[in-house]
Write a protein that binds this ligand. Sequence first.
Ligand code: ADP
Length: 164
Amino acid sequence: MNIAVYPGSFDPVTLGHIDIIERSCKVFDKVIVAVMFNKNKKPMFDVGERMALLVDATKHLENVVIDSHEGLLIDYLIERDIKVLVKGLRAISDFEAEFQMASVNRKLCSDIETVFIMTRTEYMYLSSSIVKEVASFNGDISDFVTEEVKMAVESKLGGKHERD
Ligand code: ADP
């Protein structure tokens, strides 16, 4: 079986992430979406909530598994004997960090290959942080996330209040 891991914070999952997952599912037999977490970071959603939103957002896909991992990503791959990582690439600014990560991962484990999937142009500006920022100023995030995620973000922010 051709298995790939798609790692990220997914705090929360956006339509940009879902697009990468859908496209990865056409290339690999199974895609494991790994929610990476770090106890020292303060995300908007805890790991369980992030996983639940991902399960909902990918329920139309048969070959996706949602999992989580704390610590070094390559340990997750080595433990499961998985050799492929999927990453989404947005702008040139993503390239530098991703190039560094892919090189380090390959140095740590020479068997692992990182496969990059280019964003769709309509999602190239989209990130979880921009979604949270727009929502925090009462902006409409309907074009960026699923309805479920929109409601979850708004409820974290204490409910959407009326604009002046
Ligand atoms: P972010 O907070 O920037 O959305 P994540 O850690 O959740 O970051 O992202 C996980 C992976 O998804 C990374 O490989 C990232 O480059 C990719 N990704 C995030 N948003 C998009 C997008 N809009 N289009 C393509 N890839 C994306």
